[in-house]
Design a protein around this ligand. Sequence first.
Ligand code: PLP
Length: 376
Amino acid sequence: MTPKIAQYLRDSAPATPCLVVDVDRVEENYRRLTTALPLARVYYAVKANPAAPILERLTGLGSSFDAASWEEVQACLAVGARPEAISYGNTIKKASAIKAAYEAGVTMFAFDSEPELLKIAKNAPGARVYCRILVENKGAEWPLSRKFGCELDMARDLMVQAKELGLDPYGISFHVGSQQTSTGAYEGAIARVAMLFTDLKEAGVKLRMVNLGGGYPVRYRQEVPGIDDFGMAIMGAMTRHFGNDLPEMLIEPGRFMVGDAGVVSAEVVLVSRKGKDDPVRWVYLDIGRFGGLAETEGEAIKYAFQTPHDGMADGPVTIAGPTCDSTDTLYEKSNYRLPLALECGDRVELLSTGAYVTSYASQNFNGFRPLAEHYI
Ligand SMILES: *Cc1c(COP(=O)(O)O)cnc(C)c1O
């Protein structure tokens, strides 16, 4: 938690549950990234937190944006981002959305299949396109599985076809999975991209760009490698495979940019036990899976908690949300422990929750309002 957030929570005690984001920390994260990877252009993955104060600050810093929908493209334009600084990075787009973005001046589009490529050729003639390939997601705590990307031989044929369709075959992208804790994942993916560059050069298509995607991790309960470690591994692999013919490099950080800039403040609604001698207490908060903590699904992302009783004796807990749905149980198997003194009405903080929280909150399930947000 940044000192600014701590002071805000102390002085303003905003109603819970809410997310408080320190926008200065977002700026620091942007600078840390550009220092670790000075040759890469930053395309912030808007979906991680699309709030205007964040987009505004990043625009001012010269960041570009990775948008997943026409609505996200509009959110970037609304804060003054130039359309040429927006990449339409979702490989699944409606024809009408491609057309709207193209007419607004967006010139870069992702695809991973022939039907999508044809859609782009028709609705965004002459646009720069890049193909997303499948890569290993091992080491990622929130993997993206096989939903996005295609095999290398298919990517090769599609890039040749892109040229034939009058599009600009710009480059290749991948995503090693979110909260990726292994620097080796990027090295493996870069090796695959380099093979494709070689194949396509032989086929008469000279690619110019590698989009390294997101994945850069945030510290939750466990230590993770620092952004400098990722920068070094990535630059090492790039020079190993491309020598002094380095292509343009793009990165699309989402979680890293905003994760540790935010804190969810919540209230303990109930502490109870299922049996008189049951050692495990159930701790119910006023935020849960449907209040925005979607990444607790499968206990994948394990947030760290702060309570007013930290440092005192603790015991095992199951942590759950307030709604009438049993899937609204956050952590049952991840060995969470909280202070024995914890009681109803206590305020607790969930640390590093600036990414993938507000945008996942449901509308009104059980009548609970979407998560309140404060940008300071
Ligand atoms: C979600 C996403 C990102 C951001 O990923 P993080 O793991 O949050 O850094 C980047 N690029 C694309 C295409 C994405 O879908």
